[in-house]
Design a protein around this ligand. Structure first.
Ligand code: DGJ
Length: 734
């Protein structure tokens, strides 16, 4: 968005003048505040009563003066409150619907009526601007600031709020949303996700009916286990890949979240998203301020594909750690050894890392704890010293061996957790999340450490810091978080209803400290799979682990859904022995993001090994386009037997298309040509098949040339069938 920040843009000056006038003379007037991005406009308006509402969110109009005329074009039923379209719905006064904010004032009164006071726009640079709108209650000294940070070229908005207690006594926040949106449309279609362990990101789409649909989590940590906060809402009709108006949204918060989608009595859609207020009344002392996390959204009027590319561009540039950088290919030992290894076995795996041709060896769970050795998932979490039996010479000797083999070394940790069978549990019962008067209840035999406690934050920071201090060449961390929070309780915080929120803030404190000291080291965000993938966490991590389910057929579907919200560079895809597909199929699927392996390299037959080695070389030459290119979904595996996904460089000179047969019923194949997207119609391209299994021949005629026009209008047939279940095509402009 440019809040009219361009020096030649008169509207910018207009809004400044209006803001100035309102600040200085406090006159009630109708103020229109546009939040514009390249293609969209979110229009706020304060009416004569100084209620701030949303009068429009959609395609940008070419005449901004016409925004004021939008409302009169609607002849909907009675509002009754005058605030149904509120930009931040307060409760306890006229409001009759789901609020964005509910408070209990110092005198115990529960009413709130927020009025527009002023706004200002700050240009952060020539792409990003920040609108701040100040709202105040005329009766109580409570101030809310709404922030809209708009990324013009990406069509992305991050929205959050601050709530300031200027009263003389404590104010209790009962609900404190980040954002409150309002849409008009014929119908609204929600695409949401649900899941479980190894079943992440299952989509469900349905028409929203009147009343409230809530997407939420109360799991504390591993918060996305059953439901992530990402969702899509299509307006008027379900959007397709390239058609329709669709909003993508999610909360930048790694704890309990809540998004209410309310179809109101006027048939308009209200969306309210923020931290889940479940068991989380938050008390603000006088002069204290609460800042909500950001709700991030993008509105596309050209289907889901564009919305996803908007988010990818935004994430790589502004959010994901090192989003424009490179990533390390790796060999992980989790599935090849589980907890059963020793130094010499790991030395062999380090040699295999080199032999395979990947960049790094990643040592997973099981390397630590002595009194209660980590030989299974029942003991040891919390005791982060190397297990002397397995690793008599410590991590240092593994790092050294990796250096000797010219590969890097990375390590798994789960520093927020503790097993009851651990020395840490014995030493620090007060650091553990559990109810003092109730039985402990475990998730994967473990409990959380209480990150709301600064001493615990120091401990967790030290786990990471010690590893790096002792092993300066350590090149990678996999940070896991396997348990949800049962029996939420902190032995140290005074106000238990702050616990869920302070836990997440504590986690971010630790991650900030780690990133201050170690800004660049790659870290994988893992939570027993994809239990904690969100954009707040991803500012500290370079990549995420989508799921423990690495069956490539399942991964085609799962990675497809994740890809709507997160760029491929962030998706750790490992080749494992899940699934029965040939090594080519497994490797091809893993190449669609950040490639890794978790197999016993020494058990690969010669040809499989040769295939992998060549595939890694291909991947290294292609990874820039996979990481930084524009992603196009060409054939949806949920709609046909063929899955086809392409990545095209920004200059349209090269690309890669991944094609898979996802249905092995008799005769299924790529019957139709696959229409490419994102190419230059006037240029000519050559198509080459890569990752051809040694000894087999490609059926693609690689000498032919095609115009971008032909490839986008007619398409290209990857010739996928039961004997060619996976086909990778490289596209190069001539
Ligand atoms: C769960 C993770 O998702 C796995 O990849 C692995 O690291 C195990 N934890 C280790 O306990």
């Amino acid at each position: 968005m440019k809040f009219f920040i361009h020096p030649f843009n008169l509207r910018f000056y207009y809004s400044l003048i209006v803001a100035f006038l309102l600040c200085s003379i406090h006159v009630a007037a109708q103020v229109i505040i546009p939040v514009e991005t390249k293609n969209t406009a979110l229009i706020l308006q304060s009416n004569v009563a100084n209620d701030l509402g949303i009068i429009y969110f959609g395609k940008k109009l070419s005449q901004p003066s016409e925004y004021a005329a939008i409302s009169q074009m609607y002849k909907q039923s009675e509002d009754y409150t005058g605030v149904l379209n509120s930009a931040y719905t307060s409760s306890g006064s006229r409001n009759l619907v789901e609020p964005a904010i509910t408070v209990s004032h110092a005198d115990g009164n529960n009413s709130l009526d927020l009025k527009y006071v002023r706004h200002s726009v700050k240009a952060m640079d020539n792409n990003v601007s920040l609108l701040t709108v100040v709202l105040k209650d005329p009766v109580y000294a409570l101030e809310v600031n709404l922030f809209y940070k708009a990324y013009f070229n990406e069509d992305v908005i991050e929205q959050w709020s601050t709530i300031k207690n200027n009263e003389k006594g404590n104010v209790v926040l009962k609900k404190f949303a980040s954002a409150n949106l309002h849409f008009k449309g014929e119908s609204f279609w929600l695409n949401q996700y649900h899941g479980d362990w190894a079943k992440e990101m299952k989509p469900e789409e349905a028409r929203l009916t009147h009343g409230i649909k809530t997407l939420d989590s109360k799991l504390g940590t591993r918060t996305n286990l059953f439901q992530p906060s990402v969702f899509m809402v299509s307006i008027d009709k379900p959007a397709t890949e390239d058609e329709g108006t669709v909003l993508f949204g999610s909360l930048e918060w790694s704890g309990n979240f809540r998004t209410d989608l309310e179809l109101d009595n006027q048939d308009n859609l209200r969306i309210i998203s923020g931290i889940n207020n479940y068991a989380s009344d938050y008390t603000l002392k006088p002069r204290q301020e609460f800042t909500t996390p950001a709700f991030i959204y993008t509105l596309s009027t050209a289907g889901k594909g564009l919305a996803s590319r908007n988010l990818h561009n935004w994430a790589r540039t502004y959010k994901l750690l090192d989003g424009k950088g490179d990533r390390l290919t790796l060999l992980n030992n989790w599935e090849s050894t589980y907890f059963d290894f020793n130094e010499s076995k790991l030395f062999e795996l380090i040699k295999d890392t080199k032999k395979l041709g990947v960049d790094l060896f990643l040592l997973d769970d099981g390397w630590f704890a002595n009194k209660y050795p980590r030989n299974g998932d029942v003991a040891g979490l919390g005791d982060w010293e190397e297990n002397k039996q397995k690793l008599p010479n410590g991590i240092a000797s593994l790092v050294k061996e990796a250096n000797n083999n010219n590969v890097k070394f990375g390590i798994w940790i789960e520093p927020e957790m503790v097993n009851p069978k651990s020395e840490l549990y014995e030493k620090h019962p007060d650091w553990i999340v559990k109810q003092p008067k109730r039985d402990e209840y475990y998730f994967r035999n473990q409990l959380e450490l209480d990150l709301s406690n600064p001493d615990v934050q120091d401990f967790v920071f030290k786990v990471v810091d010690d590893l790096f201090t002792k092993n300066p060449d350590l090149a990678y961390i996999k940070w896991d978080c396997n348990a949800v929070i049962y029996n939420a309780y902190s032995a140290t915080i005074k106000n238990q209803s702050h616990f869920y929120i302070d836990y997440v803030k504590g986690l971010y404190n630790v991650l900030k400290r780690i990133r201050t000291k170690y800004p660049a080291v790659p870290m994988m965000l893992c939570s027993g799979g994809g239990g904690r993938v969100d954009y707040a966490a991803l500012q500290y991590f370079t990549e995420y682990w989508p799921s423990d389910n690495t069956d490539p057929l399942e991964r085609i579907f799962m990675q497809w859904e994740y890809s709507y919200f997160y760029p491929a560079i962030a998706s750790s895809n490992h080749v494992t022995d899940w699934g029965k597909q040939p090594i080519k199929f497994r490797t091809d699927v893993a190449m669609m993001g950040k490639l890794g392996f978790d197999i016993v390299v020494s058990k690969l037959n010669e040809t499989d090994l040769k295939f992998c080695q060549d595939a890694i070389k291909n991947y290294n030459s292609l990874k820039t386009v996979i990481f930084q290119g524009d992603q196009y979904r060409l054939s949806n595996p949920r709609e046909s037997a063929l899955a086809s996904m392409a990545y095209v460089s920004a200059d349209k000179s090269s690309g890669v298309i991944f094609n898979y047969l996802v249905n092995n019923r008799y005769g299924e194949n790529s019957k139709m040509p696959v229409r490419l997207k994102g190419l230059d119609a006037s240029r000519k391209y050559r198509i080459t098949e890569i990752n051809v299994y040694p000894g087999s021949k490609s059926s693609i005629d690689m000498n032919k040339e095609y115009t971008g026009d032909f490839l986008m209008k007619i398409g290209f047939n990857p010739d996928v069938n039961s004997s060619r279940t996976s086909v990778i095509l490289k596209v190069d402009a001539i």
